[in-house]
Design a protein around this ligand. Structure first.
Ligand SMILES: Nc1ncnc2c1ncn2[C@@H]1O[C@H](COP(=O)(O)OP(=O)(O)OP(=O)(O)O)[C@@H](O)[C@H]1O
Length: 255
């Protein structure tokens, strides 16, 4: 999908976008990072057709199915876990049931298929919402800080689940995150955005993508991304160094 020459502002405010362009390559996970309030959510909403830009063009493949995962799960409270997922499949429910059950199993939700959302933990609810998004076979999936409210251990499980589902369905994903380690683990490309108007500060593609294990960005790119997203130089002095650098393939001595 492609944004070309987008301009937009809310009301009498300053321009959030002024002739902004970005292309998300098919089948890639493009992570969007940048400080709060610069318009990342607005960008996803424009991509999904929920907001129209004042100027510019947004191109998507014709007939491409769209999915959206929000920070909060947004499940239907009166439907069970299984019903929440099947509901998005509309008329294809029966043929797809086996596939959906396998996805729910991969998300460790087999034991709660018939539970209602208010009987689940926050992490379980978000797992349902991620499975629901992938179950609909989206060509294009928008994820707006989907794991932000989860604790670190739950988030690590969600990352694994995301990678399993992404590898089997291969949608194009636009994922907004504030967490560089998350972007390094999930993204095949990381775009760091600057503000008012939105501009691209860095655009880095993974050197390789590993099965379920995450992606691998070069050490130089990781350092640059760290500097840009935290304003700090010395990754050595920060605990997050270990978490992100852990993603380097075993045998790498560059750490
Ligand atoms: N419907 C709206 N009406 C007016 N202003 C809005 C509206 N939606 C967003 N804004 C403003 O536009 C700016 C960008 O908002 P947006 O939510 O897109 O940013 P963001 O980068 O996603 O922020 P965050 O990282 O905090 O979620 C903010 O200053 C916000 O207050």
């Amino acid at each position: 999908m492609r944004f070309t020459g987008i301009s937009l502002k809310y009301g009498a405010g300053r321009l959030l976008f002024d002739n902004f362009s970005l292309e998300a390559a098919k089948g890639q996970v493009t992570c969007l990072m940048g400080t709060s309030g610069i318009g990342k959510t607005t960008l996803l909403k424009m991509a999904a057709g929920l907001i129209r830009p004042a100027q510019g063009v947004i191109s998507r493949d014709e007939g491409e199915r769209l999915g959206y995962v929000f920070q909060e799960p947004r499940l239907l409270p009166e439907k069970t876990v299984l019903e929440n997922v099947l509901w998005v499949l509309e008329q294809r429910q029966e043929q797809e049931q086996e596939r959906v059950l396998a996805m729910l199993d991969a998300a460790d939700l087999s034991a709660v298929l018939h539970a209602y959302p208010d009987q689940l933990s926050g992490g379980m609810r978000q797992r349902v919402s991620v499975v629901r998004a992938f179950a609909a076979r989206p060509g294009l999936l928008f994820m707006d800080e989907p794991f932000q409210s989860l604790d670190a251990a739950t988030r690590a499980g969600m990352h694994q689940l995301f990678r399993k589902l992404w590898e089997s369905e291969q949608p194009t994903v636009l994922l907004v995150t504030h967490d560089l380690d998350e972007a390094l683990a999930l993204g095949t490309r990381i775009v760091v955005l600057g503000c008012r108007p939105m501009n691209i500060l860095a655009d880095v593609t993974a050197a390789s993508v590993e099965q379920h294990g995450g992606t691998y960005f070069s050490q130089a790119d990781q350092r640059r991304l760290w500097q840009l997203t935290t304003g700090k130089d010395g990754r050595e002095t920060d605990d997050r160094k270990t978490a992100a650098f852990k993603l380097a393939p075993s045998g790498s001595s560059e750490i």
